[in-house]
Write a protein that binds this ligand. Structure first.
Ligand code: FES
Length: 155
């Protein structure tokens, strides 16, 4: 069992917010063709209003759907997809974050499996920029409506 459970436990979510490290990732989701790969972090612990743990959580289902969609593409991925436990946006999950070297970071919420194609499109447009700033009209609607935060690049 991970050490984060001993530092704090939230019975309603079964994880400790902001205390877990992204120690789980799928190597096969990381593109090898880009030295400056951007990253789409997907919260796999989001419940998106669902109760119980009888099956995979909505966040996990979104992550799996994104991985499947990226693998079905007929071109190499321009960003990597990494699962993470909690992006501190639990009330508006499912949640993802886009980040990359020299780029603004964006956190998005209110997502579900129906958003997969738009998330892929938005992440590709983000990856095509040098600074993460995709023109407003080129952002998928789900990114325009679901943006939670944007964080400037570190210097
Ligand atoms: S569980 Fe907190 S953002 Fe997903």
């Amino acid at each position: 069992m991970s050490g984060y459970r001993s530092r704090g436990f939230r019975p309603e979510t079964d994880f400790a917010m902001d205390q877990s490290a992204p120690d789980i990732l799928r190597e096969e989701s990381i593109p090898r063709n880009s030295a400056a790969a951007t990253t789409l972090h997907v919260c796999v612990t989001c419940r998106a209003g669902e109760n119980g743990d009888t099956g995979p959580r909505p966040g996990r289902r979104l992550y799996d759907a994104l991985i499947d969609a990226q693998h079905r593409q007929d071109h190499p991925p321009s960003f990597r997809i990494i699962e993470v436990e909690c992006l501190s946006n639990c009330d508006r999950g499912c949640s993802v974050a886009l980040s990359g070297p020299g780029r603004w970071t964006y956190v998005y919420g209110d997502l579900d499996r129906n958003c997969v194609d738009d998330v892929i499109t938005g992440a590709e447009r983000y990856a095509a920029t040098s600074d993460g700033l995709v023109p407003w009209r080129e952002r998928p609607t789900i990114f325009r409506k679901g943006v939670i935060a944007r964080i400037p690049p570190s210097i």
